[in-house]
Structures are given as structure tokens and as C-alpha cells.
Ligand binder design. Structure first.
Ligand SMILES: C[S@@+](CC[C@H](N)C(=O)[O-])C[C@H]1O[C@@H](n2cnc3c(N)ncnc32)[C@H](O)[C@@H]1O
Length: 259
């Protein structure tokens, strides 16, 4: 375990502090609980910007024309659905929350996309696929919820084909006045209240800002990705630093050797 990751592991925050269960179990219970209201709250609390962020993330994969894509922590499948515009043969979404997946499957069926998008129960820290299976990987607002971030990143590396690409969309904390102050007030004071009222879960929307707060900052996260083995790493800051898109590739060492 790297120092950066060990510091992150110590700072790990869990949704239900009063319950004696691991983070993964708690995250699963939490998302099962909020699944009926998840999509509504996502769009409402972000003023619809989450849709633009996902579109932007998907666009990063366009130059690579991936055929087989894995969407990790797919939830209700919004990123997988957004990735349809890449015209892949197959998109597989995995998630640990059965209720989130149920919602996602309904949406996919309504849109007539069942032949291309398939949602399965699966843990991103123990991905149920063999090595080098996918041309591209995507994760939106998922890595922050992993119990063991290092293990999740290593698993991503394992299932990506050499030469394959990943895109990670995640919240980050803006660092400049006055966005930092406005964001903190909204994220820590307003959002948890609305989230609690609508979802009826007292912890889920307090866990959201807390989990963003303890997640590695951009430089440290890029460091973890590099340590995992990914290269050509880059990130783009979105909406004044409220979110960020990380991209990178798994180097094709055979081609590099030939060159
Ligand atoms: C904030 S939601 C994001 C869902 C979706 N990607 C989106 O863009 O709306 C986070 C999702 O991560 C899932 N999750 C957390 N840890 C996971 C893990 N180890 N493996 C698979 N899914 C996980 C949760 O169940 C939840 O559905």
C-alpha cells in the first residue's frame, strides 16, 4: 500500500457511523435505500450539470472508438447510457447495489438499449471478468465509494486491454475564493438537508460531501493512478473544480518495444 493510499484509507469515511459494518456493506445498503430517488436528486441537486459532466467524460473515449466498454459502479446506468453515442458493440455495467441496477435496467429497457447495455451485479474491487477483457473503462462518481481504492484501481488495470483507455469522473474540491466558500456552504449545509428530506435517508447526503472531502486531491489521485501502472495521465477540471475527469491508458508494451 502506498503512503498516499494508506493516508486515504485512514481517513476513510462511512455512511452510517453508528453501524458496525465495513464500508462496502454500508455503501451497498445506502445506495439500495436511496435508489428510488437517486436520479431525481442527482439532477436536482446538481442543477442538471451532472448530465453535461457525463457527456464530457464519454467524449474523452471517442478518439479510441472502443468496442467493449466496462462501466464500473454503474448505479442506475446513466454513464453507460451516455456512452451509447460511441457506438460500441457492448457496454457492461457492474454495481454492488441491486436496487440501483434494477432502476438502471428499467431505463435501458425503456430506451430499447438492452442488446448493447447489460447491467450485472459485481464488485469493482473484484471485477468478475478475465484479464485484458475491455477496450475502455469508465467510472462516474464511483471510485470515491470504493472500500479499498488501491484494489479497485489494480482491478481496473487488470481487466483493461493493453493500449486501452479509462475515464474517471469524480467530485473534487474547488480551491479558489469565492467558489470554494459557496461550494462548501451548499455541499455541507444545504445539500444534506434536501437529500435527507427527499431520500428519507439521514446519512447518505452527509456522507457525500464527507467522502469528497477525504478523497485524494488531484495530484495525489494522479499519483495513485501512475503507481497502478497507467500512463499518459491527464485531468480536466470541471465547473470551477467541483468535479474532475481523469484519463489515462494501459500502455501496450509490445508496441512500445517495437518502436
Ligand atoms: C454515486 S453512485 C454513481 C452511479 C453512476 N455511476 C452515476 O454516474 O450516477 C456510486 C455507485 O457506486 C456503487 N459502488 C460503490 N462501491 C462499489 C464497488 N466496490 N463495486 C461496484 N459498485 C460500487 C454504488 O452501489 C453506487 O451505485
Amino acid at each position: 500500500m502506498t503512503l498516499q493510499n494508506s493516508l486515504y484509507q485512514e481517513a476513510v469515511t462511512q455512511p452510517y457511523k453508528e453501524i458496525d459494518a465495513g464500508k462496502k456493506e454500508q455503501v451497498e445498503v445506502m445506495f439500495d435505500q436511496i435508489a428510488p430517488k437517486y436520479d431525481f436528486l442527482n439532477h436536482f441537486l446538481s442543477f442538471g450539470i451532472d448530465r453535461l459532466w457525463r457527456k464530457r467524460a464519454v467524449k474523452k473515449l471517442k478518439p479510441f472508438s472502443p468496442n467493449k466498454i466496462l462501466d464500473l459502479a454503474t448505479g442506475t446506468g446513466d454513464l453507460a447510457i451516455a456512452a451509447i453515442r460511441l457506438k460500441p458493440e457492448k457496454i457492461i455495467g457492474i454495481d454492488i447495489s441491486g436496487r440501483m441496477l434494477e432502476k438502471g435496467r428499467l431505463k435501458i429497457k425503456k430506451k430499447g438499449l438492452e442488446r448493447i447495455i447489460e447491467l450485472q451485479t459485481g464488485d469493482s474491487e473484484k471485477i468478475p471478468f478475465p484479464e485484458e477483457e475491455f477496450d475502455a473503462l469508465m467510472v462516474a462518481f464511483g471510485v470515491r465509494n470504493f472500500e479499498d481504492l488501491n484494489r479497485g484501481l489494480n482491478e481496473m488495470y487488470r481487466v483493461l486491454k493493453p493500449g486501452g483507455t479509462f475515464v474517471i469522473l469524480e467530485f473534487s474540491s474547488p480551491s479558489y475564493f469565492p467558489i470554494k466558500q459557496i461550494y462548501s456552504f451548499y455541499f455541507f449545509k444545504i445539500l444534506p438537508q434536501i437529500g435527507k428530506m427527499v431520500s428519507k435517508d439521514s446519512s447518505a447526503y452527509s456522507y457525500l460531501p464527507e467522502s469528497v472531502d477525504v478523497f485524494p486531491d488531484r495530484e495525489n489521485f494522479l499519483g495513485l493512478l501512475e503507481k497502478t501502472g497507467f500512463s499518459c495521465l491527464s485531468f480536466e477540471s470541471l465547473s470551477f473544480g467541483i468535479a474532475a475527469i481523469y484519463t489515462g491508458i494501459k500502455e501496450n508494451y509490445n508496441i512500445v518495444k517495437k518502436l
